[in-house]
Design a protein around this ligand. Structure first.
Ligand SMILES: [Zn+2]
Ligand SMILES: [Zn+2]
Ligand SMILES: [Zn+2]
Length: 406
């Protein structure tokens, strides 16, 4: 304990990026720091809860993440905002870590869609999107929990049209969520900050549109049915588009570790997955989703997802190919299938290691957690033994990275 007064903390801060609709912060995330810092020499790693739109697209979230750290006015890019028809500039903030640089890099942890947000941020840094000074080595490590890097069938189950994404089926759960988001955004100037959806660049509040326009959006949402929103970004089509331009290739100087969660097991003679009895005690919507993901019909999706295309790109024998898909396309945590949580790209076209190992840059270290749902590890702290184990191991892992000379 004496050491805390004499040893300055040299640990790099950890930035936490939450998932879809996630805006909970440290109160809900709870006492994880007790475990994260357990083996430290009395010092305490700085934790930064980032502020990004809980329903925004990956591109918009990555921009919001960047500016929330360095400070200034969020700039979504001239070309991007023109193509997608929203304002180029968003809110202005002080900056949670203005000294962010190659000399002062940061660790990142993303839950769910927070993971692909960090990957998108690193891609934009690599492209020189923000400034010529910004560099991908500003990200020392990428740590993810239950992230849908390669899409999830959940988005189609909830309402995305399988043959014409980003269209959304009317009366689907997805379209109802979209209506809720429109109403909250419309009323945002008078709602508490806890309901802040960061949608000001979309002109959705009553300062920007009248009731008639709101009703039109409730009938058919321009936001939910666009190529620049969170639901489309977790479709298989969008994931294939990202991989086609090289987004998600590991950067040689960054450390990557993904935690893939699942609660299903093989049932019957085919390759369908369902839940075991112990898992079936859990929340019922997650239970329903786990079953639906485990027996999903991939053959209806157009364009055909890359993992169902044969070498020549032909669409024949889709049913056969679907029946031969390995288990990781069915095993899931109630929201995301296992294969998608590993890393961007198939294993054959990236650098990965699916077993524990010492930290090494430029390679994804993948861990699988059985009997674990999409929400078991984070965000809600319940002091469970898997939660304690996760944070203890993350603390060791991050300290291990800081020992590696680069
Ligand atoms: Zn420290
Ligand atoms: Zn956008
Ligand atoms: Zn792999």
């Amino acid at each position: 304990m004496l050491e805390s007064n004499t040893t300055p903390c040299r640990c790099l801060p950890l930035v936490i990026v939450e998932g879809f609709l996630g805006r909970t912060g440290s109160i809900v995330w709870g006492h994880f720091e007790n475990y994260l810092n357990k083996d430290c020499l009395g010092c305490k790693r700085k934790i930064i809860f980032s502020s990004v739109g809980p329903v925004s697209s990956l591109h918009d979230r990555a921009c919001e993440l960047y500016y929330s750290l360095v400070g200034g006015t969020v700039d979504y890019g001239e070309e991007h905002s023109a193509v997608h028809g929203h304002a180029q500039y968003g809110r202005t903030t002080q900056g949670l870590y203005p000294q962010w640089s190659s000399e002062n890099p940061l660790h990142f942890l993303g839950h769910s869609i927070g993971g692909p947000t960090i990957v998108k941020l690193q891609y934009l840094l690599k492209q020189g999107f923000f400034s010529s000074r910004a560099h991908p080595d500003w990200i020392r490590s990428v740590n993810t929990i239950s992230s849908p890097f390669r899409g999830t069938q959940a988005v189609y189950i909830l309402g995305e049209c399988t043959e014409s994404a980003p269209r959304v089926r009317s009366c689907s759960p997805g379209s109802i969520i979209a209506r809720g988001i429109h109403i909250i955004s419309y009323l945002s100037p008078i709602l508490p900050r806890a309901l802040d959806l960061h949608t000001e660049s979309r002109r959705m509040s009553f300062h920007d549109i009248n009731v008639l326009s709101l009703l039109k959006q409730l009938w058919k949402s321009d936001w939910a049915e666009s190529f620049d929103c969170c639901p489309y970004d977790v479709s298989f089509t969008a994931a294939d588009e990202r991989e086609a331009i090289g987004e998600g290739e590991p950067y040689p100087g960054t450390f990557y570790r993904s935690c893939a969660t699942y609660m299903t097991q093989k049932v019957g003679g085919g390759n369908a997955h369902s839940i075991s009895f112990t898992s079936s005690m859990l929340l019922s919507p997650m239970l329903f989703m786990a079953r639906a993901i485990g027996s999903f019909d991939f053959s209806t999706i157009r364009p055909v997802p890359s993992f169902l295309r044969s070498g020549d790109g032909k669409e024949q024998d889709l049913i056969n190919r679907q029946n031969n898909l390995p288990e990781e396309y069915r095993a899931n945590d109630g929201v995301v299938p296992l294969f998608s949580q590993w890393h961007p790209f198939p294993c054959s076209s990236t650098h990965c290691q699916h077993s524990k190992g010492p930290p090494a840059p430029g390679i994804w270290i993948v861990e699988q957690w059985n009997e674990t749902t999409h929400l078991s590890l984070v965000p809600l702290w319940i002091s469970s033994s898997p939660q304690k184990r996760y944070w203890l191991e993350l603390g060791c892992w991050l300290r291990g990275i800081e020992m590696v000379k680069t």
